[in-house]
Design a protein around this ligand. Structure first.
Ligand code: CMC
Length: 433
């Protein structure tokens, strides 16, 4: 059987044969299908990219029906159990797990680029004391572009490598300083003798002690959370990184755009929204009325549902398990009982079953973050740190793909036909929508 699609255009009676490759047809192949010689040619209309592959990618695989997530072929469960975030970042960016020597060199390089320019520290004071931490992170990611103008040479592989390391190294420092600024505490400089997450905890929480000693359970839990959040193929923020990067913006600006996309409550802001929701529900007895509100469309059950997963999000399973390990150290998050009951009721409810709405990565991650002492404004920031590795891998893959061009979707114009300008004194009021 030939891998082709036969299309008959009933407007003209003409027949076309389109090649099918990897389960897709080329949207550009549709352009030959014209109603008449003047016709622009057929396009695919796909708001929100519900069924459009925007790239060929070898980084992350999600099988949403089966609840599968793999980075470069490795199941997320195995990486969460055996790997470290820095190793996963290497894997995402370079395609293979590093040898021992490669890993040491990679960690060493990242460790020695953790400091940020002192002007970041000064610029931070320009923000209001209650500025959202994610707003600050987005700003400083873009601001780093001005410190590293040479990063604009995005077609040069060595330049890309240099700034990829800088970004992965500096994300925890920027994130920790956004947090310290909000809490009115002095900035803590990186401690190169600690691990990636140990040092991050140090920059977040160290006070008077001369040397910070991270709790090993919390250090590992954070590392696992970072592994789980490192990439998720063509989601809203990765697509933003690719789209902005496709105009050859430098990696700092491309990642600032990605972080801005992540900020929204339907994406990385969802774990923050979950905590606000649990607080609003307040008690297990209020769950049934809350669920009714979700079903009549007046609110959403945050942390549930996913564009791709139509099964339990594999990351949510790992995080639920991790939560118990963290709570053994920090004490149980008081919202856990509400979350568990909410999940139980929703998974049993016809509305959620029919729409295949299951807990996603954000449902339990916020509970862990809160138990570790993070305010909700810090949650999307904690998502952004590891996701930077994924954004960079996606950004780089886009740049080296010879098929990619500047991202520029088409539209179906539905506006007014040509008309003549009307002087202001001749116009009626209230005609604009
Ligand atoms: N609560 C109640 N109903 C929901 C929910 C929800 N969380 N999610 C989807 N639905 C309903 C929706 O109302 C619609 O119902 P109907 O067919 O009757 O109109 C149906 O399910 C399909 O929803 P959709 O909005 O068309 O689905 P989508 O693929 O456009 O949206 C989503 C995906 C993640 C934006 C959505 O499920 C949602 O808003 N979830 C809550 C926010 C959240 O947890 N986001 C984090 C996503 S995971 C982190 C990440 O990867 O970014």
């Amino acid at each position: 059987m030939a891998d082709t699609l036969t299309i008959i255009d009933n407007r003209t009676g003409k027949q076309y044969e389109l090649a099918i490759t990897d389960g897709t047809i080329r949207a550009l192949d549709l352009r030959q299908i014209k109603a008449d010689a003047e016709d622009f040619g057929l396009m695919a209309y796909d708001p929100a990219y519900m069924n459009t592959a925007s790239c060929r990618s070898a980084i992350t695989l999600i099988d949403g029906d089966k609840g599968i997530l793999r980075y470069r072929g490795y199941p997320i469960e195995q990486l969460a159990e055996h790997s470290t975030f820095q190793e996963v970042a290497y894997l995402l960016l370079k395609g293979e797990l590093p040898s021992e020597g490669e890993y040491k060199a990679w960690v060493n390089e990242i460790t020695h680029h953790t400091y940020v320019h002192e002007y970041v520290n000064r610029a931070m004071d320009g923000f209001l004391y209650d500025a959202h931490m994610m707003g600050k992170l987005v700003t400083f990611l873009a601001a780093l572009s001005t410190f590293y103008p040479k990063s604009k040479a995005v077609r040069d592989a060595r330049t890309r490598d240099e700034h990829i390391v800088k970004i992965i190294a500096k994300m925890p420092t920027l994130a920790a300083w956004c947090f310290r600024h909000s809490t009115g505490r002095p900035y803590i400089y990186p401690d190169n003798s600690l691990s990636y997450c140990g040092n991050f905890l140090n920059m977040l929480f160290r006070m008077g002690e001369p040397k910070y000693d991270p709790d090993p359970v919390l250090e590992r839990a954070l590392d696992v959370l970072f592994i789980l959040h490192a990439d998720h193929e063509q989601n809203c923020s990765a697509s933003a990184a690719r789209a902005v990067g496709s105009s050859e913006s430098d990696p700092y600006c491309s990642l600032a755009a990605a972080a801005a996309a992540l900020y929204g409550p339907l994406h990385g802001g969802a774990n923050e929204a979950v905590l606000r929701m649990l607080k609003q529900i307040g008690s297990v007895k209020n769950i049934p009325s809350f669920i009714e509100g979700c079903k009549d469309g007046s609110q959403r059950l945050m942390g549930f549902g996913h564009r791709v997963y139509k099964n339990y999000d594999p990351r949510a399973k790992i995080i639920k398990e991790l939560a118990h390990q963290v709570f053994a150290v920090t004490g149980k998050n008081p919202y856990l009982d509400i979350a568990l009951e909410l999940e139980k009721i929703a998974l049993d409810d016809e509305y959620f079953i029919k729409r295949k709405l299951y807990p996603n990565v954000d449902f339990y991650s916020g509970l862990i973050y809160q138990a570790m002492g993070f305010p909700v404004e810090m949650f999307p920031v904690l998502f952004a740190i590891p996701r930077a590795a994924g954004w960079l891998a996606q950004w780089q893959e886009m740049l080296v793909d010879p098929e990619q061009r500047i991202a520029r979707p088409r539209q179906v114009y539905i506006g007014a036909d040509v008309r003549d300008y009307v002087a202001i004194d001749k116009r009626g009021a209230g005609s604009a929508s």
